[in-house]
Design a protein around this ligand. Structure first.
Ligand code: ASP
Length: 433
């Protein structure tokens, strides 16, 4: 049953092709962008952007088409391949504890850096005042709340799927993961003969999904070119102005987290760190380019099994679950962003971060990162909820929105690296079970 032959293999030069796609995409984007070299009129550049991004849209469309059946089939097969509920109980408890611990590490790194660097002190006051004026005018004009205001308990209770079809339609991956787990456990608990037809269906479903992912892989470099060119045309250099220190704080934090993964993979996962990072580079580049752990999930799974030698019964449980709930990069970013915004707007709102406040912020962020969907740009929407819970106006996220996409690309690479690190660690932990 432990057969990973249906997984698409990475072509050895894929990462070079992806890197070239990225470089050309950014170069062309900066040349065309109204906020860059602006060699064409803004209307023409936005028209070109919508054509250039087409390969990226095809790529994401194909992956999104198969990601839900793939998650369902992988988790059901992962659970049933383990053969017994004890294995499942052990891996379930260990992996969730592991995810919580690494998220706490990420949040602590973010909090420490934000307090040492104090990115809020480097912000031009004019930028803040302009933003506040814009906010007031917008609020007077519309009276609408832009960011959804689900509380953290609401988000947690939303994890339980009451309608599977609804979860699929809404692409609520966490609910899909939970449904698949319940099904997997139930299949393991009924007579093998009754479970067989569903398992056969899942095996075919997984093989078909992976075949389609293999096709998508061939256009990955063009997709990356299109996606990055489109983003660069829209952002140019303009968005970065004035936000350098905030961005640097998040990026330094994410680099520290990568180093932490290297240490964890070496010490606990017994991997050679150089071989580990070499094996996962394509997956990281795809995560960077798509800004979506979910869209990268099929490649993460393939990488875990074909490159890192993780047993399918471990990877098919850990990777889909990790892609959905393990978001260390997002948690780190959220805590830096929250502290940065408190440094800027805290005085006006009468908010000061005390030690108790910091602990609350850590707990809220760890909980919230679990409920953050694995798609582009959602980290900032959940950040709005975190801000509400610490008493800051959620509209403050508008201040950092301009640079969010760039940080999203970086934090998604970290999220995916976290899932791969978890796979090698769990592979080792579960060897004896
Ligand atoms: N884009 C991130 C991911 O898919 C989530 C986020 O931080 O917005 O992992």
């Amino acid at each position: 049953m432990e057969n990973n032959s249906e997984l698409p293999k990475f072509d050895n030069h894929l990462w070079i092709k992806i890197l070239i796609g990225m470089a050309i995409g950014i170069g062309v984007g900066l040349t065309l962008s109204p906020h860059g070299l602006a060699i064409v009129e803004p209307e023409i550049s936005s028209l070109l952007a919508s054509w250039i991004k087409l390969p990226g849209i095809f790529f994401l469309g194909i992956i999104q088409m198969v990601v839900i059946p793939l998650i369902l089939c992988s988790i059901v097969l992962g659970i049933t391949q383990s053969g017994e509920l004890t294995f499942l109980k052990k891996i379930g408890i260990r992996v969730v504890l592991y995810f919580v611990c690494t998220t706490i590490v990420a949040v602590t790194i973010g909090m420490t850096l934000a307090n040492i660097i104090n990115p809020g002190n480097f912000i031009d006051q004019e930028l803040v005042q302009n933003f506040q004026v814009e906010q007031t005018t917008a609020a007077e004009g519309s009276g609408q709340q832009t960011f959804d205001s689900l509380t953290i308990p609401d988000r947690i209770s939303n994890m339980i799927p009451t309608n599977i079809a609804g979860a699929v339609v809404e692409k609520n991956l966490l609910q899909i993961v939970i449904s698949a787990m319940v099904f997997g456990v139930a299949l393991l608990s009924i007579p093998a003969a009754s479970a067989k037809p569903v398992l056969n269906l899942c095996e075919s479903g997984q093989a078909v999904s992976m075949k389609i992912v293999g096709w998508a892989m061939t256009i990955a470099p063009y997709a990356v070119f299109g996606l990055l060119c489109d983003i660069t045309i829209k952002l140019g250099f303009g968005a970065i102005a004035g936000m350098g220190m905030y961005m640097a704080t998040v990026i330094i934090g994410l680099i520290c987290m990568m180093v932490a993964y290297g240490v964890i993979a070496t010490v606990i996962g017994k991997q050679n760190p150089i071989t580990f990072f070499k094996a996962i580079k394509e997956t990281q580049l795809l995560a960077f380019s798509t800004s979506s752990s979910a869209a990268t999930m099929p490649f993460t799974l393939s990488c875990a099994e074909t490159r890192l030698g993780v047993s399918p019964k471990v990877s098919r449980f850990v990777v889909p679950l990790g892609a959905t709930i393990n978001m260390d990069g997002t948690a780190l970013y959220q805590v830096v962003a929250a502290i940065f915004l408190i440094q800027i707007f805290g005085d006006a709102s009468g908010i000061e971060l005390t030690t108790v406040g910091m602990v609350m912020l850590i707990m809220t962020t760890v909980g919230a990162s679990i409920g953050t969907p694995a798609t582009p740009g959602v980290g900032i929407v959940v950040l709005a909820t975190i801000l509400t819970s610490i008493g800051l106006d959620p509209a403050a996220v508008g201040f950092i929105l301009g640079v969010d996409r760039i940080l999203d690309m970086c934090r998604t690479s970290v999220n995916v690296t976290g899932d791969l690190t978890a796979s090698v660690v769990m592979n080792r932990f579960m060897k004896d079970v």
